[in-house]
Design a protein around this ligand. Structure first.
Ligand code: ZN
Length: 193
């Protein structure tokens, strides 16, 4: 199971890191640009053995998917920010909305086909997910987050779980321990990308 957290760091990322540490679980954080007051959390993610990966600087679909130039300008900004905090360049990315999102075509038709090839040509590895938590809409309690994740797991494949550590998303924080316990009790191993 690859636990992935998008759109952070946020106010509760520190608590989330404590839970991961308690269970000795490594995860992957696809970060965006937030207040510099939260930079220390990106540093902490890295120092505690998690993977700091790139999501977007602005996370503004209209801007980043208006052209490939705009996309890479945004990617370079978050890449530089992460590098300035953890000292290494991350080549692991997740497209806002995922690699096959349909939002982008409103701003530039066919851009995902171009970008998914171009990021690979530039040395990046992009990752989507195959297990949803519903925590960006759909799941409104910690039980719903838990059920969505557990029901989505399949023992015969690598499971990449999409979650978010943005503001006020306490459903995921409060479901995390139960998800980890379920995974460990059912023979899964937790890995970072
Ligand atoms: Zn996102």
């Amino acid at each position: 199971i690859y636990l992935t957290f998008d759109d952070g760091p946020g106010p509760y990322t520190g608590k989330l890191l404590n839970i991961l540490d308690e269970y000795d679980v490594k995860a992957t954080f696809f970060v965006i640009n937030k207040s510099s007051n939260l930079d220390y959390l990106i540093k902490q993610e890295h120092n505690e053995g998690h993977t700091v990966a790139l999501h977007s600087y602005t996370h503004n679909y209209k801007t980043i998917y208006s052209s490939s130039q705009a996309y890479f300008d945004d990617l370079n900004k978050i890449s530089n920010k992460v590098k300035s905090i953890i000292g290494i360049e991350s080549k692991i990315i997740r497209f806002p909305g995922g690699a096959s999102n349909t939002v982008s075509r409103n701003y530039s038709k066919g851009i995902m086909t171009y970008l998914t090839n171009e990021v690979v040509a530039r040395g990046y590895h992009y990752f989507d997910w195959n297990v949803g938590s519903g925590d960006a809409g759909g799941s409104n309690t910690k039980e719903e987050v838990y059920r969505s994740v557990v029901n989505g797991l399949n023992p015969n494949r690598a499971n990449v779980v999409l979650m978010h550590d943005f503001e006020n998303n306490y459903y995921t924080l409060n479901a995390l321990e139960d998800i980890i316990r379920y995974g460990k009790e059912n023979g899964y191993q937790f890995l970072n990308i």
